[in-house]
Each structure stands twice: as C-alpha cells, then as structure tokens.
Design a protein around this ligand. Structure first.
Ligand code: LMR
Length: 392
C-alpha cells in the first residue's frame, strides 16, 4: 500500500463541545444530564420549534414559488427587519450601516474576520479569555494573529476590566477586538455600562475595530437591554462589525441563520467593506441557506407573529433566570451564577471536579467547567448541587 496524502494528518482535532456531545449520546446511565452544547431546553428538556417559527414555516411552504438563488447577501428583507431589533428603531446610522445574511453566527464571525484580513492582513485580533472555543480557530482560519487578553477569573468569578483596558492599550491601530455583546459564552459574566463606556473610549482612541459578537440577544436581560452594549459601541466608534446569530433567539439552530453588519465612517466606506465581506462569503458558502432567514422575515413582517415570538423568547429567558436563581440558592459555590446572565456559566471548580461530575454523576459540563444553565430543569438543580458537593 502506498502512503496516503492524509498520513500527515496525525494530530487529533478535539472539539471540547462537540466531543462532549458524542460522549453524552453514548452514555446510557439513567438520569444523565447534558450541560454541554449551548441549546435552550424547556422544563421538559426539549428544544422546541418556537410557535411563531412553526407558523411562518407553514406560510413559507404555502407561498414559496422558487428556490432559485437570492444572491450572496441572502434575504435582505430578513436583514432589514432585524436591524431595528439590534440597533433600535431610531438608530440614525443611515447608510453607514449595511448588512448581509450569513450562515449562522459562526459564518458572520468568519466573514467579519476575513474582512479584517482583507483590510489589514497584519491585524491582531484581541479576545478576552476565556472565550467561546471557536473564536481562536476562526481568527487563525482567517490568517490573523490571536492577541489574548485577561477577562474573567474562573475561581473568583470576577471580570477584570482593568486588565482588558491595559492589554488594549498595547494594541496597534487597525487591530480588531472581539467583544461579546451579552450572555457571555462561556462565563455568563456581565460588563457594566461604565465598563462598556471605557472599552468604547479605548477602542476609539487607539483606532481599533471592534467586532461585536451577539449570539444570544433576548436571553439575558431582554431584547433591548441585551443590545445596549452594541448600540453604545455603534454610537461611539467610527467603524464597527456586528456578527449576529438568530440560531438561539429564534431556536433555528440547524437552519443556520445569522447576519453581518458593517458600520463605516460613511456610506461609501460601509458599501466597500460590505462588498469585500460578500467576496469573502463567495469563497465559503457562496449563497447562504434560505429557509430559516425566510421564516424569520415572515415573522417580522407580521405584527402578531412578532409579538408571539417576543413573548415566547421572554418566557425562555425567564426560565433561564429561574434556574439561575435556584442554582445560586442551592450551594454557596454557585451564588455568583445568580448575578450572571444567559445560557452559560463557568463553574468555580478545577478540572478534576468537572471530570468527576461526568464519571461519577453522569453530569456533562464542558471542560474547564462550562455549564449550559438551560440544560437543567428546576427540579434537577438540587441533584446537581448535591453531585457538585460530592465531587469537590
Ligand atoms: C456552544 O457554544 O455550545 C454553541 O455556540 C454551539 C457551538 O457551535 O459551539
């Protein structure tokens, strides 16, 4: 047998989140609990199709008369109707704001990073640690350098904004910085308005390009509150990229619905940047998948469906808040989780505890300790807290 060209691919490519999902599927122990991959689950442990999405999909089936290509930018009706939800109804950005549909939030991030690489191939991309496991590979895939900065201390559950600002004071003009707008993945940590203010100031002063990663709008403090940091940034900096995911707040995970918005100093600059983002998209997915974005457009074109989507999203958010409250009350170590927001928290424990939770208690958290709060039913919180107490 001659050597295969693939023989050189001898390094394993572990994916902490997806690897854990496979292990969970293979586990047959009764009462096992999956706190791994970030999908919302209701009190019955299901990830339902949202009511408004179901209704819109039925309409789509009825009305859609072609599946011909829409173009690189996807469904612009979807993009235009999402903009006021993200930026506010009176954002005043005019043609400085230009968007395109992407294949999920990951696609939006990758297109954003490719755009950064086209604008400034030497850019470093600053990212607070810990962060979503896919950020670093995405930065590297775009051929850019990762510039880590301290963000959150797992043991003490505290955010270190001073350390972030100090790190960014060494950034070069033209560097980019990824900032998660709300519901931080994996920590749930909250930045205060004064922190965002300080970040906007340093970004503007040093000529940095922020990339706001907004994947959970509506699942933290509500649709408006969760967009506040993005809106503040949009009002304060000359140029901004917003990588947005609808996968969680519309529950359309596998349909891959996202958007990328570019804000430039003027309309012509924004249009140029958008054209380069579209050129980058052409080499990745060419044209985005349509179904989920078309369904969301139909929801947002209809006042009753929009109201129902907002109501269901708010009940999802309330459930997450309720589980967080129960966790915070169940064990002193978990008290900080009550102040955090969104689907994720990073347990203040070390790696062997996370391993024991899995091996001894069939509770799956992503190393080094991320849990999907929405993976717990309220009536499982006590079991979880007792298992944690035994594992530490
Ligand atoms: C997660 O962090 O679990 C989700 O964003 C799913 C993913 O793609 O990693």
């Amino acid at each position: 047998m001659t050597a295969s060209v693939f023989d050189t691919l001898d390094t394993p490519v572990p994916d902490a989140i997806l690897g854990l999902a496979a292990q969970f599927r293979a586990d047959t122990r009764p009462g096992r609990i999956d706190l791994g991959v970030g999908v919302f689950r209701d009190e019955a442990g299901r990830t339902p199709v949202m009511r408004a999405v179901k209704a819109a999909e039925a309409r789509l089936l009825e009305q859609q008369d072609s599946k011909s290509y829409l173009g690189l930018e996807g469904d612009m009706g979807f993009v235009e109707r999402m903009a006021p939800i993200v930026f506010g109804t009176a954002h005043g950005l005019g043609d400085r704001l230009q968007g395109l549909q992407t294949a999920g939030g990951t696609g939006a991030l990758r297109a954003a990073l490719d755009l950064v690489a086209r604008a400034n191939p030497k850019a470093r991309v600053w990212v607070g640690l810990p962060t979503w496991a896919n950020h670093r590979p995405l930065i590297l895939s775009a051929g850019l350098e990762v510039a880590p900065m301290p963000f959150f201390d797992q043991a003490s559950q505290t955010v270190d904004v001073g350390a972030m600002l100090e790190a960014l004071s060494a950034a070069r003009p033209g560097d980019a910085v990824i900032l998660q707008g709300c519901c931080h993945n994996p920590t749930g940590a909250v930045l205060e308005p004064a922190d965002w203010d300080a970040l906007a100031t340093i970004v503007a002063d040093r000529g940095l390009l922020p990339i706001m990663d907004l994947a959970y709008q509506g699942l933290g403090d509500g649709l408006e509150a969760d967009a506040a940091s993005t809106r503040l940034m949009a009002a304060r900096v000359p140029a901004l990229l917003i990588a947005y995911s609808c996968d969680k707040n519309f529950g359309v995970y596998r349909d891959r619905v996202g958007a990328l918005w570019v804000i430039g100093t003027n309309a012509a600059e924004a249009a140029r940047a958008r054209a380069h983002a579209l050129a980058a998209v052409r080499t990745m997915w060419s044209m985005p998948p349509d179904h989920g974005a078309a369904a969301i457009r139909l929801i947002l074109e209809d006042a009753a469906l929009t109201a129902d989507w907002r109501a269901e999203l708010d009940s999802m958010r309330s459930r997450i808040v309720e589980v967080r409250r129960a966790l915070a009350a169940a064990h002193p170590l978990l008290a900080p989780l009550g102040r955090q927001t969104g689907m994720f928290s990073l347990l203040p424990v070390d790696a062997p505890v996370v391993e024991r939770l899995k091996t001894a208690h069939a509770i799956y958290a992503v190393p080094p300790g991320r849990i999907n709060v929405a993976g717990l039913r309220v009536d499982q919180v006590e079991t979880f807290a007792q298992a944690l107490a035994r594992a530490i």
